[in-house]
Design a protein around this ligand. Structure first.
Ligand code: PRP
Length: 171
């Protein structure tokens, strides 16, 4: 069963606010968005258009969940970025920070690549699920410790194209 948590309208207004916040920090300097596939693709598409030029977009894919609901705790790089981070304002775009393991790993990796600045925007955060401390400079919403889907987030590859976020409950 899907229990709606955030409506499409709530998400869109928050994305607009986040984009404003982000632009006020970076001003008119170019930002390199490093989008964490797959879940963040919907958020990144809306956010990039709301932020506006100048932005560059690249993608990384890491994996920790496989096809189930449980994190394996092992973070693997499946696809690395093509654009160099060196000397750029790098902004990591995440859909959700759960245990924090994926983001911690990614922050550590990217910080070795000499970016001018390195910050993170995440649409969602599950503070109750956190196992490692990791900063999120721009955050959309805190969500309860439940399995959430929609707006890019999946369960076994389903529900990514829902325009809203819902809690997935077994019944
Ligand atoms: C999700 C999400 C984050 C990560 C967060 O990705 O997009 O990258 O898990 O979990 P963590 O904080 O516990 O590390 P997932 O592995 O489900 O891949 P997907 O985005 O391709 O569905």
């Amino acid at each position: 069963m899907l229990a709606p948590l955030l409506t499409a309208d709530q998400i869109q207004s928050r994305v607009a606010e986040l984009a404003k916040e982000i632009r006020s920090v970076y001003r008119d300097e170019p930002i390199l968005l490093i989008v964490v596939l797959k879940g963040s693709y919907v958020f990144a598409a809306d956010l990039a258009r709301a932020i506006g030029e100048p932005v560059e977009i690249d993608f990384v894919q890491l994996s920790s969940y496989g096809n189930g609901k449980q994190a394996s705790g092992i973070v693997q790089i499946r696809k690395d970025a093509d654009i160099s981070c060196e000397g750029r304002h790098v902004l990591v775009v995440e859909d959700i920070v759960d245990s924090g393991a994926t983001l911690k790993h990614l922050r550590e990796l990217l910080s070795t690549r000499r970016p001018k600045t390195l910050q993170v925007v995440s649409l969602l955060s599950k503070p109750k699920a956190r196992q490692v401390d990791v900063p999120i400079e721009f955050l959309g919403f805190e969500v309860p410790n439940e399995f959430v889907v929609g707006y890019g987030l999946d369960f076994a590859e389903k529900y990514r194209s829902l325009p809203y976020v819902a809690i997935l409950r077994e019944d």
